[in-house]
Ligand binder design. Structure first.
Ligand code: PRP
Length: 184
């Protein structure tokens, strides 16, 4: 059993380290091919994407630059309100550049809808999305996903950057968080 445990919570593995690495490698190869000769700027959406971003850019064997956008959503804890606060803006000027947004998960899609509209006002040459996970059954906004790791069922997932109340981000694989009546 993985040593990260919290009382009353258990994590059931959904995607292993190996499964994630294989998917990331395939996505990286596809991105390198499709962006050949283009001025690629990868933008990680913090915090959840930090681990996926680190692995993905190493899998893209092509010139690129890296930037990050920090966001937090207002509203209650269990559901995104769609109203997003920028906590850390990009450090690059994106006008005329080819942007690849890198997310850990597209759930309702409301965060990404806001970000796509917000970044479009800065006139990038193109803007596409790469997400490790998508929860299609929960979609509330139609988001075009150019590169996707896995489609997942409507369950609460943690690990590989994704958190529950700030915890589990350092779990090296993705799992479903389950609450048990007994602790441990
Ligand atoms: C998560 C995730 C996306 C968003 C997706 O971020 O990283 O940005 O939720 O949800 P949506 O599709 O329903 O809008 P979160 O607010 O948990 O912040 P974090 O990345 O810092 O963990």
């Amino acid at each position: 059993m993985y040593p990260i445990t919290y009382p009353g919570e258990k994590v059931r593995m959904l995607y292993s380290v190996e499964a994630i690495a294989a998917r990331v490698k395939a996505l990286g190869e596809q991105i390198a091919k499709e962006y050949a000769g283009k001025d690629l700027l990868t933008v990680g959406i913090l915090k959840g994407s930090f681990m996926f971003m680190a692995d993905l850019v190493r899998a893209i064997d092509a010139p690129l630059e890296v930037d990050f956008l920090g966001v937090s959503s207002y509203g209650n804890h269990t559901e995104t309100s769609g109203v997003v606060k920028i906590t850390h803006d990009l450090s690059c000027d994106i006008e005329g550049r080819h942007l690849l947004l890198v997310e850990d998960i597209v759930d309702t899609g409301l965060t990404m809808r806001y970000l796509l509209d917000f970044l479009a006002t800065r006139h990038p040459a193109s803007m596409r999305l790469c997400t490790l996970l998508e929860k299609p059954s929960n979609a509330r906004s139609e988001i075009e996903i150019a590169y996707k790791g896995f489609s997942i069922p409507n369950e609460f997932v943690v690990g590989y950057g994704l958190d529950y109340a700030g915890r589990y981000r350092n779990l090296p694989w993705v799992g479903v968080l389950e609450f048990s009546l007994t602790s441990g």
